[in-house]
Design a binder for this molecule. Structure first.
Ligand code: CMC
Length: 429
């Protein structure tokens, strides 16, 4: 039987059903609240708002648990591949051998972008941020592809999903090459997903890039760790755009824009900027931490804190280990890693961070891994976007197959002027 929560307001009781998820998370269903009581809820930043029911990803922020479709992230990061994990997110189950082979074949078939699309890159100024190019191109790619999608048919949907996952990699590499004024490199079908991306980033027209297996594995794992994170800012954006029945390309392009900000995916760049400045300036770490605590303008400990994780971010744990392993394997000594570890130690002992439950998040060490892989800083958030794409696709699909099919349209509490008299311009002083 459904449990009820009671809200008492203005002398009246309102009974609100409590919805319980498969992991026993409970929510008060307020969908009838306004029609019954005239009230809405107010929740700045949506910290207490469940915007949907979803069966894709589960996060327990208190215990530091992350699961995709019921599989622990630690298991997927060790045993799976990015392509397999993407399939899992989008289609709900791990693929069989033949399903995976089919998905890989489609990824290979769709790796080229339309020849006319190559000219779009010429319209951007030199040094255009790759995230700007990526968002524009994700929308543009929809003009060259069929936009009708039968979201509720697994077999049919495999092609558009693979098409977009394949194209984002080609577009991302091309936007990087464009930002350096270098010629675009065509994909090579026989390479695996990540290898092919590295090839398009780093090969020269006269000399193919041979990727070290440690590099391929590290990047593959990084993509798995970024593949979904339930209702984060960019995914909520994708879902909101999708709720207007917008097509997959438009919805994902909006997600790229949301991801760009330094409080979200752009944090991996901000972390490297912060660590580089600390190394270059030689500033004492406790002094820096004091500036963070004093809230000196624009100073935050980037890569720390999370809306949901209040104990630790399981992705950060895996990334930190992976970072050490990779740097050891490649024989790289990065002063940013040393300073990152020292800063983490200082912060984790400090009451400011302890009281607010601020721990390293996924972005704290990921930039150091990407530097070791030879990926330039302004591509970090693009890599995050490639990783997050399967999640966005899965959420777009969930919205499009949801029976309720309602457009997302929050309410507000208006706090502006009530009534003003219009003055002609000559009377305004
Ligand atoms: N440095 C210093 N103080 C912080 C930080 C930080 N990184 N993060 C949160 N706080 C403080 C904040 O000032 C507030 O203090 P008080 O209660 O005294 O006002 C308290 O901790 C709670 O923070 P909040 O701003 O209410 O937390 P939020 O849930 O709104 O924001 C966050 C979460 C991730 C945006 C924030 O922690 C932050 O800005 N972190 C740095 C940027 C970052 O690393 N972002 C990547 C997030 S993980 C991956 C992703 O989403 O892309």
């Amino acid at each position: 039987m459904t449990e009820l929560a009671t809200l008492r307001y203005s002398g009246k009781n309102y009974e609100l059903p409590v919805v319980v998820g498969t992991q026993n998370e409970a929510a008060v269903d307020i969908s009838k609240l306004r029609s019954q009581s005239g009230l809405i809820t107010l929740d700045n930043g949506y910290g207490n708002t469940g915007s949907c029911s979803s069966s894709i990803t589960y996060v327990d922020g208190e215990k530091g648990v992350l699961k995709y479709r019921g599989y622990l992230i630690e298991v997927l990061a060790t045993k799976s591949t990015f392509v397999e994990t993407a399939y899992l997110l989008i289609f709900g189950d791990l693929p069989t051998t033949s399903q995976l082979a089919e998905f890989r074949k489609l990824l290979m078939q769709h790796e080229f972008i339309h020849e006319d699309m190559r000219h779009h890159f010429d319209g951007f100024p030199p040094n255009a941020p790759p995230m700007a190019i990526l968002s524009a191109m994700m929308n543009a790619v929809g003009c060259f592809e069929p936009v009708f999608m039968q979201a509720d048919d697994d077999e049919y949907f495999m092609e558009p999903a693979a098409r977009l996952m394949s194209k984002i990699r080609t577009i991302a590499a091309a936007s990087y090459r464009k930002s350096l004024g270098k010629p675009l490199i065509y994909p090579r079908s026989k390479l695996r997903y990540v290898e092919n991306f590295l090839h398009m980033l780093f090969s020269k027209p006269y000399e193919p890039y041979e990727a070290d297996e440690a590099v391929v594995q590290a990047l593959d794992k990084l993509l798995i760790l970024h593949a979904d994170h339930e209702q984060n800012c960019s995914t909520s954006t994708v879902r909101m755009v999708a709720s207007s029945q917008a097509n997959l390309y438009a919805s994902v392009a909006a997600g790229v824009c949301a991801l760009w900000g330094p409080l979200h995916g752009g944090a991996n760049v901000a972390v490297i900027d912060m660590l580089s400045e600390l190394v270059e300036s030689g500033q004492k770490l406790d002094k820096f931490v004091e500036r963070v605590k004093n809230r000196d303008e624009g100073v935050r400990l980037m890569g720390f804190g999370h809306r949901v994780y209040k104990n630790f971010d399981p992705r950060a744990k895996i990334i930190k280990e992976s970072c050490h392993r990779l740097l050891d394997k490649l024989g790289i000594e990065d002063p940013l890693l040393d300073i990152a570890m020292q800063l983490e130690e200082v912060a984790l002992k400090d009451p400011y961070f302890i009281e607010r439950k601020l721990y390293p998040n996924v972005d704290y060490y990921s930039g150091i891994i990407m530097r070791a892989l030879g990926i330039p800083t302004d591509m970090f958030t693009v890599i995050f976007a490639i990783g997050r794409l399967p999640g966005w696709i899965a959420h777009w699909r969930e919205v499009h197959t949801n029976d309720s099919g309602r457009i997302d349209r929050p309410r507000q509490i208006y706090v502006g002027h009530t009534a003003r008299e219009y003055l002609p311009i000559e009377d305004r002083g």
